[in-house]
Design a protein around this ligand. Structure first.
Ligand SMILES: [Zn+2]
Length: 285
């Protein structure tokens, strides 16, 4: 699943191609979207802005509508010049928004809905900006309080809850726990307020660092290498622990461990020496 920083970059690219320009064409395989377009033509409207909220991508139109899409595992948005070859088969096309310069094509987008300003605020699945680690309106104190409320859950699982904070995916989860020296399997009730605050601060910092204008698609948390040199076969090369099972910890040399965690059995990586449980024990015993 794309992480929050990936959606942020997609929103930024779509914004550059679409914002401020009149729409010259709109097509979709979603009946509800084409019906909306039939009733309230998007053609002639401007795209006012494109925004990411956690893993949702919102395209705001000058007529007051907002197209909200979620890419789940396989969806993606591409931007093409007119006449340019698409990188996916036409059968994968779900949404096309055209202007005089570009086509924005949503391929295999599984979730798309059209919102009014009111219905957008009422859609509880789409995080408010205050919850999004990448939003200027993000409220870190409130996020730490929400995390601490999940007392009986393990912290790495709680970092994935989009209702606690939006934008953290499975790669960041392990990295955030490592940089704050918190064991990912630690129950939230064993965390101090300060630890909760530093976890949220680390989340904000790591996710934000990955949306810098020149950053590529690879996630970078480990600063030992230059950001631009991360498009290599080893995805763990730019990370502290994720994808590095059995390799030496970058801080202490202990082999990194990996284990499936939580109700969704998502993989978690950690250093058993740098990230002790609060009672000093080792998770695997
Ligand atoms: Zn270590």
């Amino acid at each position: 699943m794309p992480e929050g920083d990936t959606i942020f970059r997609t929103a930024r690219a779509l914004g550059r191609a679409l914002a401020g320009k009149p729409i010259t064409g709109f097509h979709s395989t979603f009946p509800l979207l084409t019906r909306f377009h039939d009733d309230t033509p998007l053609t002639g409207q401007l795209v006012e802005s494109v925004e990411s909220r956690g893993k949702w991508l919102l395209i705001h139109f000058s007529g007051g509508g907002t197209l909200a899409t979620h890419l789940l595992m396989h969806g993606s948005w591409h931007i093409y010049r007119h006449g340019e070859c698409w990188q996916q088969p036409r059968a994968n096309m779900r949404i096309v928004i055209e202007n005089s310069d570009y086509l924005a094509v949503g391929f295999r987008v599984p979730v798309a809905r059209m919102h009014s300003a009111l219905s957008l605020t009422r859609d509880t699945k789409i995080p408010r900006p205050a919850i999004d680690a990448l939003s200027p309106e993000f409220d870190a104190e409130a996020a730490a309080r929400r995390a601490l409320a999940h007392r009986d859950e393990e912290i790495a699982d709680v970092l994935l809850h989009q209702s606690v904070l939006a934008g953290v995916g499975n790669v960041f989860k392990s990295e955030i726990c490592f940089v704050t020296a918190v064991n990912p399997f630690c129950k939230v009730r064993a965390l101090s307020r300060e630890q909760a605050a530093s976890l949220i601060a680390a989340a904000q910092k790591l996710v934000a660092a990955n949306v810098l204008v020149d950053s590529g698609d690879a996630i970078v948390t480990y600063g030992g290498r230059k950001r631009r040199t991360t498009h290599e076969s080893d995805p763990g090369a730019s990370l502290w622990v994720y994808g590095r099972k059995g390799e030496p910890c970058r801080r202490c040399g202990e082999p990194i461990r990996a284990r499936l965690q939580g109700p969704d059995a998502r993989i978690t990586f950690w250093c058993p020496r740098c990230q002790l449980m609060p009672d000093g024990s080792d998770v695997d015993g």
